[in-house]
Ligand binder design. Structure first.
Ligand code: MN
Length: 429
């Protein structure tokens, strides 16, 4: 969609006043989708974030204010809507934008309907927005891969020889993807201490976060029908913030030779609002130059990165949050389109709602590293969190990711992605 798309016009205002402030993440230019319950005993339904409110699309659909190919929004997930494809995504976005525009009276002046259709976000319970059949995590930040390679291998040859040719990834666990706000239990597992011959079974001693984004596949591909790189973006429904919680000590012992297993499978937290690529379009920017030029199946013309400012903070139990890093999605070496093209080039099929993690997003400076592993040099240099320090995450700590695109006088934001760490389950002796 070009900049002539009226839904991203920076001058658009909504009759929902809280959507017109400079710092809200949810102005009328954003319109991200989520699944929520307006009250504890109400059934889940699809909504759109607007200012500090949620617009209940099931309510509008029932009132006949949305033209849809079939009933889509009295649903516990976005999957049916996602499966409709990009034309429908854009048509619904246009209709919602029109209904929320300052000059449109339909909903604005219908007090009875408005009171049913708008729910304060503070009152709504957000649920996992998508039924996720598969989750894949990539490793696509050159800065992150270089930092990790320097820590564990050789600073002079930090990148593995395959890294500049392949968007490296692994198949993660979809079953343990949880929505922001869900507590995360510290995992138990095997840890190999340097001075012992055999591993111990112990609570993870090096619990970490990974600051990532994720994207959802809306239009899947069949077995043996790879997605061409230039077409890949048209299949992506939208993006979320993603914390790929990591047990570094479990990982160090188990990852040889097949990659992470229990170190990553205990939880992955995502933000509840899915920001569409149409909302992100004005913030499209050039990805880093790729040298060597990728193999032909990984090539696409033009800009395929997005300028998304990202932050991670840690709040100790009863304390104040301390920002640990600020970075940007635009630093990613491999694009989402290249990730999807590579994932399917073998003939691997995807399904509606498949989640793909970007990989930890680190920038060029120390203050822009997206994990404690990098920020503390594997625990050797603890970071200051205001009156205390952290080498890794402690029980009771709350980790929060946030991110937004900065427009002229407005932000297209992702809200936040949080989780509190609970103590490990007791180990029987
Ligand atoms: Mn990761």
């Amino acid at each position: 969609m070009s900049h002539s798309d009226p839904t991203v016009d920076p001058t658009l205002k909504s009759w929902v006043e809280s959507a017109n402030t400079a710092d809200t993440h949810f102005p009328i230019q954003n319109l991200p989708y989520g699944v929520f319950k307006p009250t504890a005993d109400a059934p889940p339904r699809v909504g759109v974030a607007i200012g500090d409110q949620v617009l209940d699309l099931s309510c509008l659909e029932q009132a006949g204010l949305l033209r849809t190919p079939k009933p889509l929004f009295s649903s516990a997930s976005l999957n049916a809507f996602m499966a409709c494809g990009r034309e429908t995504w854009r048509d619904i976005r246009k209709q919602v934008s029109h209904l929320l525009s300052a000059g449109t009276a339909t909903l604005r002046d219908d007090a009875a309907l408005r009171s049913r259709a708008l729910v304060p976000q503070a009152q709504a319970t957000m649920l996992l927005p998508v039924e996720i059949p598969g989750y894949t995590d990539f490793y696509s930040s050159k800065e992150h891969a270089t930092n990790v390679g320097a820590l564990f291998r050789d600073p002079k040859n930090a990148l593995m020889p395959n890294w500049l040719e392949i968007p490296i990834g692994y198949n993660g666990r979809a079953s343990s993807v949880v929505v922001s706000g869900t507590p995360v239990r510290r995992p138990n597992g095997q840890i190999k201490l340097p001075n012992q011959e055999r591993p111990v079974f112990s609570p993870c001693l090096k619990l970490d976060f990974e600051l990532e984004t994720g994207f959802f596949v809306g239009v899947p591909n069949d077995l043996a029908d790879p997605v061409p790189c230039p077409e890949a973006e048209s299949r992506i429904f939208g993006m979320v913030l993603l914390n790929d919680w990591s047990a570094r000590d479990l990982q160090a012992w188990e990852y040889v030779p097949l990659g992470p297993f229990n170190a990553k499978s205990f939880a992955t937290t995502i933000s509840p609002w899915v920001v569409t690529l149409d909302a992100l379009e004005p913030f499209r920017t050039q990805q880093p130059r790729q040298d060597p030029e990728p193999l032909p199946y990984l090539r696409h013309e033009g800009p395929h990165a997005f300028d998304i400012h990202l932050e991670v903070s840690l709040r100790p139990q009863g304390g104040q949050p301390a920002t640990l890093a600020r970075t940007n999605f635009k630093y990613m070496y491999w694009t989402m389109a290249q990730q999807l093209a590579h994932h399917t080039v073998s003939g691997c099929n995807t399904r509606v709602g498949d989640l793909m993690g970007s990989g930890t997003i680190s920038g060029p400076e120390p203050g822009s590293y997206g994990s404690l592993l990098e920020l503390t040099l594997n625990g050797k240099q603890p970071v200051d969190i205001g009156g205390a320090t952290r080498a890794f995450i402690e029980d009771g700590d709350e980790v929060t990711l946030t991110g937004w695109c900065q427009g002229a006088g407005y932000r297209v934001g992702f809200g936040s992605c949080s989780g509190v760490v609970l103590p490990a389950l007791p180990i029987a002796v």
